[in-house]
Write a protein that binds this ligand. Structure first.
Ligand SMILES: [Zn+2]
Length: 551
């Protein structure tokens, strides 16, 4: 077997520097590029394990130093860009739609769907239309319309051709309902909810099903005028009570709603259900392709049936596997309850994957586009880990986020015999020439309580500054030397500013950040050295508030 010990070391160092600890499963596959044969796997694994053990015990500084030597052995394969497949049935321009219901804030799932629909419209020189599905006065409001527009315009930056509200078409929906009643394909039902559900379950029709068209027409008129309250009457489509697809068992298509609508007030007393207005809108807006997750699967049959009854055009529907994000909820009702109870701070609570939360934490638009590309149109159900979003985002922001020092729970050190240094210059980013100037002509230097406890009595290096020996009991320290040698390096702050980091679990980390963050603009992304990426959110009462993105 070829001697690969140097290559193993190179990848182990690279891996350890990237992830904190080297992982054998990430190193083995790389070795095939260097001539490793499958039959040699057994033999090489103990070597990898031994090397990893050795590397993981090194300090970061030592790993970095050794890696500069071994770096040249690492082969970095060009990653193949992910590409979305071509669409079927393209005849001329592709017209897609973004159909949010303004009853909650958008989350990651909406973003992926909207991005897909906008990418395809662009690819085929078509149009992407924005349609607010505001047909449930009990839930929809202007607040959500505004929030959704803000996310689409200012975060996702999706260009859409026009905006419409489904409620603009109420007279048309009534006209279509009458058409269906006149052709004896719908009936007014007066059964209570429980009875209706029981009969649907058993696959049996209620007595209302037999009523003649004339009676249905009369009752519909009364219904329109608001003579029936919610729960007293509904309009049902004649579907198929024996269908295995429950959605087809005489579904409700109109119901009475007493609540005021945020645009139309009390003008309309009865409102169409989703399965009725949605296919109508897709047809009359001239939509050609619908890209959505397969949670709508069961509705296709019903929506196609409605289109047939009304002689409306059909669209090409492409359904991809729905995904769930682990350890969080995207259900509007659950989120509303968590906010109401005070457990969550709002729709942008960092534990959520609403677009408001992701944006405030510093997840870039580019990361969401790349995630969409990677997920593609796969039919598989995906359980998405936040780490996957973080890994994509890290690649995007690592080259641009400037570095700063942050010290949690600061401990003040009075350094004896400190050298006569006024200021030092430190790179704002390892890949950039630009520097930041730090005033070190101060009585005290702050380090974190955690570092103080860990290294008390020991010699450490204040990163970019000098080496000191920490005292054992009090918070004093002695200057040792300027020499950059291989000892633990820790962050410090001289003249600091009060700073908070809102963590992903919504806990607040407080401490001091270096003065240089005063020059940051609101919304800028940064990296707190040895801690992770964050977004500068706001300055309140002299305190710099940041939101943690990820490590
Ligand atoms: Zn009935």
């Amino acid at each position: 077997m070829k001697d690969l010990s140097k290559e193993i070391k190179a990848y182990a160092l690279k891996n350890a520097l990237e992830f904190g600890k080297a992982d054998p499963s990430r190193i083995l596959p790389k070795l095939f590029q260097h001539g490793l044969e499958k039959s040699e796997i057994k033999e090489i694994i103990p070597k990898i394990t031994a090397t990893i053990k050795e590397i993981n015990s090194l300090s970061t500084a030592e790993k970095e130093k050794q890696y500069t030597e071994y770096k040249k052995l690492v082969i970095i394969k060009e990653e193949k860009p992910h590409e979305l497949p071509e669409l079927p049935n393209v005849k001329g321009a592709v017209i897609t739609r973004l159909p949010p219901e303004p009853s909650k804030y958008l989350h990651l799932g909406h973003a992926l769907s909207f991005i897909l629909n906008s990418i395809y419209a662009k690819r085929y020189n078509g149009k992407c239309l924005l349609r607010f599905e505001d047909a449930n006065p009990e839930k929809v409001s202007q607040e959500y319309v505004d929030a959704i527009l803000d996310d689409i315009d200012n975060y996702l930056e999706i260009k859409y051709e026009s905006i419409k509200y489904v409620s603009e078409d109420m007279p048309l929906f009534y006209k279509y309902a009458e058409k269906i009643i006149n052709s004896d394909n719908a009936y007014m039902c007066f059964c209570d909810r429980e009875k209706m559900q029981k009969l649907r379950f058993e696959g049996k029709s209620c007595e209302c099903h037999k009523n003649p068209i004339k009676k249905n027409k009369e009752e519909w008129e009364k219904f329109l005028e608001g003579k029936y309250m919610k729960g007293e009457a509904i309009l049902r489509l004649k579907g198929d009570m024996k269908s295995k697809n429950y959605v087809m068992r005489d579904p409700v298509i109109f119901r009475a709603v007493a609540e005021k609508h945020f645009i139309h007030g009390n003008k309309y007393k009865i409102w169409p259900m989703y399965d009725f207005y949605n296919p109508i809108e897709d047809s009359i807006m001239g939509i050609t392709h619908i890209l959505r997750s397969n949670e709508f699967e069961t509705r296709v049959e019903l929506q196609d049936y409605i289109k047939d009854l009304l002689k409306l055009n059909k669209q090409t529907i492409i359904q991809y596997g729905r995904f769930t994000v682990i350890d969080t909820t995207t259900k509007g009702r659950e989120i509303r309850d968590l906010i109401k109870s005070g457990e969550y701070i709002g729709w942008d609570d960092p534990r959520l994957v609403t677009l408001k939360a992701l944006r405030r934490r510093g997840i870039t638009k580019e990361a969401l586009y790349e995630l969409t590309n990677q997920m593609g149109l796969s039919k598989k159900q995906v359980n998405l880990d936040f780490d996957m979003i973080a890994a994509i985002n890290r690649k995007i922001i690592d080259p641009i986020a400037n570095r700063y020092s942050f010290v949690k729970d600061p401990v003040a050190l009075k350094i004896k015999n400190r050298p006569n240094l006024k200021t030092i210059k430190v790179p704002i980013h390892p890949d950039k020439k630009e520097t930041r100037t730090i005033n070190v002509d101060t009585e005290t230097i702050f380090i974190s309580k955690e570092d103080f406890k860990k290294f008390k009595g020991k010699e450490i290096r204040l990163l970019h500054l000098y080496n000191i020996k920490l005292g054992n009991k009090d918070d004093s320290a002695d200057f040792v030397s300027l020499e950059n040698k291989d000892i633990p390096k820790i962050n410090w702050v001289s003249k600091g500013v009060q700073c908070t980091i809102l963590m992903p679990d919504c806990s607040l980390t407080t401490g001091l950040a270096e003065e240089a963050i005063e020059r940051l603009k609101k919304g800028k992304l940064l990296q707190f050295e040895r801690l992770g990426f964050a977004r500068f959110d706001n300055k309140k009462k002299g305190v710099y508030e940041t939101w943690f993105a990820h490590k």
